[in-house]
Write a protein that binds this ligand. Structure first.
Ligand SMILES: Nc1nc2c(c(=O)[nH]1)N[C@H]1C(S)=C(S)[C@@H](COP(=O)(O)O)O[C@H]1N2
Ligand SMILES: [Mo]
Length: 392
């Protein structure tokens, strides 16, 4: 653990604030029964029997794409070094001293900020967790993390620039460099994603320059990244250098070709295969750990979604009933929500465990086979059963 981080004061504040933020709807089980998932004295982790012996989480190599060993999640904030890493092109080493962020296109005033100018604006601090749109069972849902971010409001900057009538989209360009072959021609490119004006103007969006109390680490987008709380990680453009306002749709690789799901859906009474750009996170929960302390068993996991308040998180053992789990009171609207379930009367032998989350609108996390048929691995959010074997 990094001792410099403001974790403890922050957590205490959150404990008091969680009820007010609307992260957890009234009625959801919160504080009673909650246990921090750090292993207590005498508590041992019971390995899942669904994790093959050949499955290994490699030690994190700086800069290399990696995922979190979800069975080791033991704190509300993910250490910066453990926080998963995904990037598709280079990892530019942008000098904070010469950094410039430009706001261009259909604005009344084109703007340019250096890092000091950005930092001098009113700062906002938020807890936000997210997962890669490609996260899934293959890596036991480890493309995930939760952190405290400091930055400035995107909306304020857009308002200062003044969006012109007729503008439709805002494109966020990274300073990384890549090459794409498009229609037989190799062209230089950078990572970029777009948002509609309405989505971009959400009060929650921020340009972040700190992660867990430290300057944004190089591999997480130093010096500045976009954060769109409630959206899949792909929206959070790292090494952000340009914000461009335009009246056409941005069709680059990460909007138009990649991070595009193909699902079989009913469209106005007609069955169709629908392609969608990955946007807001779907409602999802995953069991990540089972522990034993004496005769007591505890099941823990996480919930993620688009920020809609959660009504309940439940765990089912074998063919038993759905039973309420407790949600970490540190949770707030756009964080992951860790949950803990006290498993009574566990018997020796093999067991199947599964969790499901319900939001305040009554939307329930469904088993994978009840979701629309989906091609490609983007957006894996069905129920995720786990198996373990308990000794006598
Ligand atoms: N400039 C840039 N930003 C990027 C990416 C990238 O390749 N280049 N990858 C995106 C994807 S797909 C994800 S899941 C998140 C991962 O953020 P992290 O590496 O900080 O966890 O960054 C997003 N932002
Ligand atoms: Mo991603």
């Amino acid at each position: 653990m990094n001792q410099d981080r403001p974790e403890d004061p922050q957590r205490r504040k959150l404990l008091q604030g969680a009820a007010k933020t609307g992260a957890i709807a009234l009625g959801a089980t919160a504080i009673p029964g909650w246990m921090m998932p750090a292993l207590a004295q005498g508590e041992v982790e019971i390995p899942f029997s669904d994790v093959p012996d050949t499955f290994r989480v490699l030690p994190v190599r700086p800069g290399a794409t990696h995922f979190l060993d979800t069975s080791k999640i033991d704190s509300f904030y993910t250490d910066n070094d453990d926080f998963y890493l995904v990037q598709h092109y280079s990892q530019p080493d942008i000098d904070p001293a010469s950094y410039q962020l430009r706001v261009t296109g259909m604005v009344n005033r084109e703007l340019s900020f250096n890092l000091d100018q950005l930092r001098a604006r009113p700062n906002i601090q938020k807890d936000v967790g997210f997962e890669c749109g490609g996260n899934g069972g293959r890596m036991f849902h480890g493309l995930i993390g939760n952190a405290n971010w400091r930055g400035v409001s995107l909306r304020d900057i857009l308002q200062e620039a003044g969006i012109q009538p007729g503008a439709k989209e805002i494109v966020f360009f990274g300073g990384d460099a890549g090459e794409e072959e498009i229609r037989g021609r190799k062209v230089p490119t950078t990572f970029a994603r777009s948002l509609s004006i309405e989505d971009a103007m959400s009060e929650h969006n921020m340009l972040a320059f700190e992660m867990n109390g430290e300057p944004l680490p190089h591999f997480h987008g130093k010096p500045v990244r976009l954060l769109v709380p409630g959206w899949y990680g792909v929206a959070n453009v790292k090494w952000l250098t340009q914000i461009h306002v335009q009246d056409t749709r941005y069709m680059g690789r990460f909007m138009g070709r990649d991070y595009v799901t193909l699902k079989r859906e009913m469209v106005g009474g007609q069955e169709r295969w629908v392609e969608n750009s990955v946007t807001r996170m779907n409602l999802k929960s995953v069991i990540t750990r089972v522990t034993r302390n004496g005769s007591r068993h505890t099941v823990t996991g996480f919930v993620l979604n688009d920020g809609t308040p959660i009504r309940s998180i439940e765990v089912k053992i074998d063919d038993g009933p759905w039973q309420q789990a407790a949600i970490d009171p540190a949770s707030s609207q756009f964080t992951w929500k860790l949950f803990s379930f006290d498993w009574q009367g566990a018997t020796p032998g093999e067991h199947r465990l599964v969790s499901r989350v319900t939001d305040i609108n009554g939307k329930v996390q469904l088993p994978q086979d009840q979701l629309p048929e989906r091609v490609s691995y983007w957006e894996e959010f069905g129920q995720f059963p786990r198996t373990i074997t308990l000794g006598a």
